[in-house]
Design a protein around this ligand. Structure first.
Ligand SMILES: *Cc1c(COP(=O)(O)O)cnc(C)c1O
Length: 393
């Protein structure tokens, strides 16, 4: 059994490219070229240089002493929160903007829900001087006004999606429509390990820098490259894919994927896709997604905008179905408490997405000599008003 993608673009039975015929040439061009482009020494050189000098990599692997003492195990935090723009998403947008350049694209489009991927895309477009159009649901634009302002400041055009529920899925539909109408000069930057093949694999490869670094950093700290556990939160699954990537086939390294249970897995207000999801097609890929009995996609809910997604990427659907990863669902309340705890034990305010992963230490116990690496996917600055409303700070 392999946990990586096969040559047809599937992880087990999940993945593939289920797209309208008019999109086929765009996706096919990318599929034929992405591995070749990524293998070019010049591409790798530029990618690595930008990750180092622009993003600030390698991100530290920090031994969290007080958190480890509290839970009586050895906890390392992979500090993606220290990246430029405050999360792991920039690793992928840097990779994709270089890909777009190599493919001769002059115009970049993206969709965004909470605005984090939109900001990461607007950032790399400014860096490269490329036109940037970000589609965003009208309701999300109101809810996430600071990120709209950031994108405007960076020179991007934010286009409201005014159809349907006026949220992420409608923004995605608008982006796809744009791409169909602009097949030659436009690249569509997808922000997680979702979408039609080759996107999940391409994004996972760009994020794989995270586990590549964890290996040599753990070797330095512990004299061995492999931890006992890797823990990460899963929205679409890109920070988890990056943190797992170089451990996928090594089953001595246990993988824990953390989903948002919202107000409770069975409350009707949740985003716990593995428990609630059924096989279906979303954004061009066959995966697990939350849907009604007649196949309509269910509106997900989580206090954390980045985990508020009704599906998971095909890699994660396969990790779930095969049992390779353990999936744990964490509620809003559990996540908020874990976010406060990390702030006060370690002086690190995490993104609320990441706080879901941190809540695993209350949900599950580890052995004193276990080495546990947790992907600290992002910083909590963007979430301060949610934290302060919640805790009356
Ligand atoms: C977007 C985001 C996530 C969720 O996305 P994945 O693709 O599942 O990683 C998690 N954490 C942070 C900080 C984010 O911004």
């Amino acid at each position: 059994m392999t946990y990586n993608i096969n040559e047809k673009g599937y992880y087990g039975e999940f993945g593939g490219a289920f797209i309208p015929e008019m999109l086929y040439p765009n996706v096919e061009e990318l599929r034929q070229k992405y591995l070749k482009v990524m293998a070019e020494p010049d591409f790798q050189k530029e990618f690595k240089a930008l990750l180092k000098d622009y993003v600030g990599r390698p991100s530290p692997l920090y031994f969290a002493k007080r958190l480890s003492e509290k839970y009586n195990t050895k906890i390392y935090l992979k500090r993606e929160d220290l990246n430029h723009t405050g999360a792991h998403k920039i690793n992928n947008t840097i990779g994709q903007i270089l890909m777009a350049q190599r493919l001769g694209k002059k115009r970049i489009i993206a969709e965004t829900g909470a605005g984090q991927h939109g900001v990461a895309t607007a950032t790399v477009c400014a860096l490269m001087g490329l036109e940037c159009i970000v589609y965003m649901g009208e309701i999300d634009m109101a809810r996430q006004a600071p990120n709209v302002a950031r994108m405007n400041m960076l020179g991007a055009t934010v286009v409201p999606a005014t159809s349907g529920s006026k949220t992420l899925k409608d923004a995605t539909n608008e982006a796809i429509r744009d791409w169909i109408n602009n097949p030659v000069d436009t690249h569509y930057i997808i922000g997680s390990v979702v979408g039609p093949h080759p996107y999940p694999d391409m994004v996972a490869r760009f994020q794989a820098i995270v586990s590549e670094e964890i290996k040599w950093q753990l070797q330095e700290h512990e004299g061995s490259p492999n931890p006992d556990y890797v823990i990460a939160c899963v929205g679409g699954g890109s920070n988890a894919a990056g943190a797992y990537y170089h451990f996928l086939e090594d089953t001595n390294v246990k993988l824990i994927a953390v989903e948002a249970a919202g107000k409770g897995v069975h409350s009707g207000e949740s985003a716990a896709t593995s428990v609630l999801g059924k096989i279906g097609i979303i954004h061009g890929s066959k995966t697990l997604l939350m849907q009604t009995t007649d196949g309509q996609i269910t509106e997900p809910y989580s206090i954390s905008a980045g985990l508020d997604y009704p599906g998971v990427g095909p890699m994660h659907a396969h990790l779930y179905q095969s049992g390779r990863a353990e999936f744990i669902a964490i509620t809003d309340n559990e996540a908020m408490e874990a976010g406060l705890e990390l702030s006060q034990l370690e002086g690190i305010i995490p993104a609320i997405e990441t706080a879901h992963a941190l809540a695993v230490f209350k949900a599950k116990s580890f052995q004193p000599d276990d080495i546990v690496v947790l992907s600290l996917s992002g910083r909590g600055d963007k979430d301060l008003s949610t934290y302060s409303d919640y805790f009356n700070l």
